[in-house]
Ligand binder design. Structure first.
Ligand code: SF4
Length: 115
């Protein structure tokens, strides 16, 4: 669903049916954090979901102030339930399901190698 900031986020829920005006972030709600629509403006979750849709990656939100006098923003850490490790870069993933391609090596016995 599209957030008030105009980005797609699977955790956003809005109910506007028949004049209702219910909006919530289910990621922050499940973590016991309070949400306001302002938080969607700087939240990294839509970009993470756009770049990486791994079903094993869990996103763990926190509200942090970038500088002590600024308003809190959503900060995300990620955990992979398949490899049981913290994911350093949630946009990329832990790398277990989608490892880098193996390097191709042409040996002297390869029929395609030049003689
Ligand atoms: S705060 Fe982040 S996770 Fe929550 S609805 Fe907004 S964009 Fe989605």
């Amino acid at each position: 669903m599209r957030t008030p900031a105009g980005k797609e986020c699977s955790y956003f829920y809005g109910d506007y049916y028949r004049g209702r005006q219910v909006e919530e972030c289910r990621l922050l709600k499940d973590a016991g954090l309070s949400w306001t629509s302002r938080l969607c403006q700087t939240c990294p979750v839509p970009e993470i979901q756009f770049a990486n849709s791994c079903e094993h990656q869990q996103l763990i939100p926190e509200l942090k102030r970038p500088i002590f006098f600024l308003r809190p923003e959503v900060s995300i850490t990620a955990y992979c339930t398949k490899s049981n490790q913290e994911v350093k870069e949630p946009r990329i993933g832990c790398g277990q399901c989608h490892p880098d391609l193996p390097q191709f090596v042409i040996t002297p016995n390869d029929p395609d190698s030049a003689d």
